[in-house]
Design a protein around this ligand. Structure first.
Ligand code: ADP
Ligand code: MG
Length: 488
C-alpha cells in the first residue's frame, strides 16, 4: 500500500451537510472448498483449474451445501453480536452475465442465516456502535477478463461458487474515519475467528458503498447512490468523498439525487453512473428448488459458540483490567490477532509494562521501517522476552538494549549471546564505578566547583562523562547515587 496519507474531506460540505454511509461488505469465507461443491478455493491458481461441473452449471448438476461454510457464517454472526436464525432460505437471484454460468446466483434474500447485530468502533471521541442489518451467504461469480485478448472477453470460473458472506451495515457511518475503523474492526474480528483472511489485495474483502447526504438536523435520509465493488479502504474513502461532494453540488444547484448504481474510476478518482438502481423484484428472487431451507437446531449453534475464541473487544477489556494497559495501548495491541499473540507471548515470559513499551515502540517502528507484518518479524517473541529480562535484572541498561535490539533485527539472534560476545554487560560493581567517577571528578575541577556553588544542571554533565568513560555500560542508577555522594 502506498504511504500517501492525503486526507479526504467533504470539502463543499461547509458544515451544512452530513454524509450518511452504509456498507455491504463481501467477505470471502475462509474455506478449502466452495459453498456448494468440493472444488478448491486457492487464490492465484491457473484459470479454470478449480471448476467442478456444479460450478460450471452443467445440466443436471445439483448443489450440495458445505457445512463448514455454514459454521463459518454462524461464527462470524456470533462475532458480530448478532442473532443466528434457526431457519434460513437460499434463493436464486436471476441475472445474465457471461461469468455467471447458472444464470442466477444462489444467495439469501428474505431469510438470511444471520440477523441484526453490531460492531463497536473505537473512535478518538469515544466508542461508537454501528448496527449490522444482516449477514447472508451467497456464491461468488466467475471473473471476466477484458485485458488479455483484444477482441474477446475471457472467463475464469475458479471463483465461481466460492462462498461469500455479505455483511450489511445499517446506514450508521458518518465519516471517512468511521468507514476506515469499521472495515478494520470487521476484518480484525473475522481474522480472530478464522472465518475470512481479510486480504483486500486478493479480493477476499470488498464492499459496495452506499452514500447519501442530508442537511444537518434533518432526520430523513437522503437518496443514496451505491458504488459497486470497491476493494481497498483508501478507494472507499476516495469514492465516498467524491460522491458526497457530487451529491451536495446537485442539491445546491436545486436538483435531486437519483438513486443509482455507480462505479468508482480509480484512475480519474471519480464515480460514474452505471445504471439506475435495480429493485429487488427485478431479480425475480425465488427459493432455490434444489436446496432445502437450512434448519439449524439450538444445540448446533451452541456447540459453535463454545468454540469462539476471545475476540478483540474482550481481549482489550482484559488487557486494561488485568494488565493495567491504557485503552490506547490495549487498542493497538489487540487490533491484529497476530500482534496480540506476540504481545502475550512476550509479556508472559518477561514483564508487561516493558513488553508494552518495546512492542509499541521499537518493534512497531522496525516493522514500519521494513514494511513487514509481525508474522515476518525477524525478532521472535522468545528473544524479545529475553532482551526485556536482561534489562529487568540489570544485566544491561535500556540504552544498550536498543543497540542489542538493532543487532537482533538483522536476524533472530539471541540477545544473551550478543551481550556476551560484545561485552555489553552493565557495569554494576560500585568499586569499579567509583574508580571512573573519581577520575571524572578529578579531571573536571572547574565544573565541580560550579556545581557545588549551585549550578545543579551540571549534574547531567558528570553522568554523561561517566557513561562515556564506561562506553555506555555503567549502571545509570548506581552512577547517580555514587555521584551524588561524591559531589556533596
Ligand atoms: P440493496 O441490496 O438494494 O443495495 P440492502 O438493503 O442490501 O439493499 O443494502 C442497503 C445498504 O444501503 C445498507 O448498507 C444500508 O445501510 C445502506 N443505506 C440504505 N439507505 C441509505 C441511505 N439513505 N444513505 C446511505 N446508505 C443507505
Ligand atoms: Mg446493494
Amino acid at each position: 500500500m502506498s504511504k500517501n496519507n492525503k486526507e479526504y474531506l467533504i470539502k463543499r460540505d461547509n458544515n451544512e451537510y452530513e454524509v450518511v454511509i452504509g456498507l455491504e461488505v463481501h467477505a470471502q469465507v475462509l474455506s478449502e472448498s466452495k459453498l456448494f461443491s468440493a472444488s478448491p478455493t486457492k487464490f492465484g491458481s491457473e484459470p479454470n483449474t478449480q471448476v467442478s461441473l456444479v460450478d460450471a452449471a452443467f445440466p443436471g448438476m445439483l448443489p450440495v451445501i458445505n457445512e463448514f461454510c455454514i459454521k463459518q457464517a454462524i461464527k462470524t454472526g456470533i462475532g458480530l453480536n448478532a442473532r443466528i436464525n434457526n431457519r434460513s432460505i437460499f434463493d436464486r437471484k436471476n441475472y445474465f452475465y457471461a461469468d455467471l454460468p447458472q444464470g442466477y446466483q444462489i444467495s439469501q434474500y428474505k431469510n438470511p442465516i444471520v440477523g441484526e447485530g453490531s460492531i463497536t468502533l473505537d473512535m478518538p471521541e469515544g466508542e461508537k456502535k454501528i448496527g449490522i442489518e444482516r449477514l447472508h451467504l451467497e456464491q461468488d461469480a466467475g471473473k471476466s477478463i477484458h485485458d488479455i485478448d483484444p477482441k474477446n472477453t475471457l472467463v475464469d470460473l475458479n471463483r465461481s461458487g466460492v462462498a461469500l458472506m455479505e455483511i450489511v451495515s445499517k446506514p450508521d457511518l458518518r465519516s471517512l474515519d468511521e468507514v476506515n475503523a469499521f472495515i478494520k474492526k470487521l476484518r480484525s474480528i473475522m481474522r480472530y475467528l478464522g472465518t475470512c483472511d481479510g486480504n483486500m489485495q486478493e479480493g477476499s474483502l470488498r464492499a459496495d458503498v452506499n452514500v447519501s447526504v442530508r442537511k444537518k438536523g434533518v432526520l430523513e435520509l437522503g437518496t443514496r447512490c451505491e458504488i459497486k465493488n470497491v476493494n481497498s479502504i483508501k478507494f472507499m474513502q476516495m469514492a465516498i468523498d467524491y460522491e458526497a461532494n457530487r451529491q451536495v453540488d446537485v442539491l445546491e444547484e436545486g436538483g435531486t439525487v437519483d438513486q443509482e448504481t455507480r462505479l468508482f474510476d480509480t484512475k480519474k478518482n471519480e464515480t460514474r453512473s452505471m445504471r439506475t438502481k435495480e429493485d429487488a423484484h427485478d431479480y425475480r428472487y425465488f427459493p432455490d428448488p434444489d436446496l432445502l431451507p437450512l434448519e439449524l437446531n439450538d444445540e448446533f449453534i451452541e456447540d459453535i459458540k463454545k468454540d469462539i475464541p476471545e475476540l478483540p473487544d474482550e481481549k482489550k477489556k482484559r488487557f486494561i483490567e488485568k494488565f493495567k494497559l491504557s485503552p490506547y495501548e490495549a487498542n493497538i495491541l489487540v487490533s491484529d490477532i497476530e500482534t496480540s499473540k506476540y504481545f502475550e507471548d512476550v509479556s508472559i515470559k518477561s514483564d508487561i509494562k516493558l513488553a508494552t513499551n518495546w512492542i509499541t515502540g521499537e518493534l512497531f517502528a522496525l516493522l514500519n521501517d521494513k514494511s513487514i507484518e509481525i508474522t515476518e518479524c525477524p525478532i521472535s517473541s522468545e528473544n524479545l522476552a529475553k532482551l526485556i529480562n536482561l534489562i529487568k535484572d540489570g544485566t544491561i541498561s535500556g540504552k544498550i538494549a536498543k543497540n542489542v535490539f538493532e543487532i537482533m533485527a538483522d536476524g533472530n539472534k539471541d540477545p544473551e549471546k550478543i551481550v556476551e560476545e560484545k561485552g555489553l554487560k552493565q557495569q554494576s560493581d560500585p568499586k569499579e564505578l567509583e574508580k571512573i567517577i573519581d577520575k571524572v571528578v578529578l579531571d573536571n575541577p572547574k565544573n565541580v566547583g560550579a556545581y557545588k556553588s549551585g549550578k545543579d544542571k551540571l549534574f547531567g554533565f558528570f553522568v554523561g562523562q561517566v557513561m562515556k568513560q564506561s562506553n555506555g555500560k555503567a549502571n545509570p542508577q548506581l552512577v547517580n547515587e555514587i555521584l551524588k555522594k561524591k559531589l556533596s
